[in-house]
Ligand binder design. Structure first.
Ligand code: UT7
Length: 323
C-alpha cells in the first residue's frame, strides 16, 4: 500500500521580545535604511534569557497539535531541525518529547542549518512512507541570537529566533485525495563550508562559537541553488512550476526571493514573505512562513505549495506538498 504524508496541522511560536532595526543601530554601526534596503528586514524576535530552543519548539508543536486536533499521545515521531540545540546532547527533540509528555516513539534532531526544515520534512516523509511511524511532528526551531557575534554588523542584524511545526500523518494514497508530500529534493556540497559556518563546537574548539558568513558569496549561490532545487522537486513530481499555488521560501533576504522569482519567471505575489517581521530564523523560517500564510487564509487545503531553503554546509533543498 502506498502511503502519503498528509499535513494535518501547522503551528508557530515566536519569542515575545521584538528588536527593531533602530534598536540594533543603537548597538552597532548600522541603520534601519541599510537593513531594510539590503535585506527587507524591519524587526526580529529574540528569545528571553533562559528561553531555549526546546521551549520554542514545544510551543510550536503544541500549536500544530491543536490545529490538527491531536494529542501528544497520537505522535510517534519527532524530527526537529536545529543548528542551535539546547545542549550538545541529548537531541533537543528528546527534550520536546518529554515536555509534551510523550512516552513512546522516537525523537531526533536533523542538522542542515537554514535548510534544516526541508531536510527534516524529507526525513519524516520517508519514515511515514515506509510505515515506520504513523504521525510525525516536524519542527524547525532556533535561537540564533545565542551564536551571533553582536559586534559584527554584517551578520547580527540578519537573524532572529523562533519555531514552526507541522503534523504529518501517513494516509493510504487512495484516501489522501491528492494531498500530502509529493516530492522532496535535498542536496549538500561540503566544499562550500567556509562560506557559512560557526567557528566553535565541542570537538573542534570546545566552545560554542559564533556564526561567520561571506554574505556576498552566499547570496550568489543562493539564487542559483534554490532555483535548481525548486525545478528538481517539480521535475520529480512531473509538475510544472506554473501549477504551484504558493512558494514558501527560506527567509534570508527579500532580494534573494525577488532574484529567484526573476530567474524562474514566477509571480512574486505567490511568494510568502515574512522576512520583514521575523528576519532569518534559519530552520524555523519555512514553517513560520507556512503557518502565517495558513493562518491568514492565503494557503488553503488543496493548494500546491513549494518550499525551499539553503544554508550552511552548504545544504539546500525543496519540497512540494499538496496541503
Ligand atoms: O540563511 C542562510 C543563507 N544566508 C543568506 O542567504 C544570506 C545571503 N547574503 C545576504 O543576504 C547579503 O549578502 C547580506 C545582507 C548579508 C549583505 O548584503 P550585501 O548587499 O551583499 O552587502 P555587502 O556584504 O556587499 O556589504 C556592502 C557594504 C559594505 O561596506 P563597503 O565595503 O561597501 O564600504 C559593508 O561593510 O555594506 C556594509 N555593511 C553594512 N552597513 C551598514 C555590512 N553590514 C552592514 C550593516 N549596516 N549591518
Amino acid at each position: 500500500m502506498t502511503l502519503r504524508s498528509v499535513v494535518r496541522g501547522v503551528g508557530a511560536r515566536l519569542p515575545d521580545t521584538i528588536v527593531t532595526n533602530d534598536d540594533l543601530a543603537a548597538r552597532v554601526d548600522t541603520s534601519d535604511a541599510w537593513i531594510r534596503e539590503r535585506t527587507g528586514i524591519r524587526e526580529r524576535r529574540i528569545a528571553a534569557v533562559g528561553e531555549k530552543t526546546s521551549d520554542l519548539a514545544e510551543g510550536a508543536a503544541r500549536a500544530a497539535l491543536a490545529d490538527a486536533r491531536l494529542d501528544p499521545a497520537d505522535i510517534d515521531l519527532i524530527v526537529l531541525a536545529t543548528a542551535t540545540p539546547d545542549l550538545t546532547f541529548p537531541a533537543t527533540a528528546t527534550r520536546v518529547q518529554s515536555a509534551l509528555g510523550m512516552t513512546r516513539g522516537a525523537a531526533f534532531d536533523v542538522q542542515a542549518v537554514c535548510a534544516g526544515f526541508v531536510f527534516a520534512l524529507s526525513t519524516a516523509d520517508n519514515f511515514l512512507a515506509r510505515g515506520q511511524a504513523r504521525r510525525a511532528l516536524v519542527i524547525g526551531a532556533e535561537t540564533f541570537s545565542r551564536i551571533l557575534d553582536w559586534e559584527d554588523r554584517a551578520t547580527c542584524v540578519l537573524f532572529g529566533d523562533g519555531a514552526g511545526a507541522v503534523v504529518l500523518e501517513a494516509q493510504p494514497e487512495a484516501e489522501a485525495d491528492g494531498r500530502g508530500v509529493i516530492s522532496t529534493f535535498i542536496r549538500t556540497d561540503g566544499r562550500l563550508h567556509d562560506l557559512l559556518y560557526v567557528d566553535g563546537g565541542p570537538s573542534a574548539t570546545g566552545t560554542v562559537g559564533n556564526l561567520r558568513m561571506q554574505g556576498n558569496a552566499v547570496f550568489r549561490r543562493a539564487v542559483e541553488h534554490i532555483s535548481e532545487a525548486m525545478v528538481e522537486a517539480c521535475a520529480r513530481a512531473g509538475t510544472d512550476l506554473k501549477d504551484v499555488d504558493w512558494f514558501v521560501p527560506h527567509q534570508a533576504n527579500q532580494r534573494i526571493l525577488d532574484g529567484v522569482c526573476r530567474k524562474l519567471d514566477l509571480d512574486p505575489a505567490k511568494t510568502i514573505s515574512t522576512i520583514a517581521r521575523h528576519g532569518n530564523t534559519s530552520a524555523a523560517s519555512v514553517p513560520l512562513a507556512l503557518e502565517s500564510a495558513v493562518r491568514d487564509g492565503r494557503i488553503k487545503r488543496g493548494d500546491l505549495v513549494l518550499m525551499e531553503a539553503l544554508g550552511g554546509g552548504m545544504a539546500w533543498g525543496a519540497a512540494l506538498i499538496r496541503m
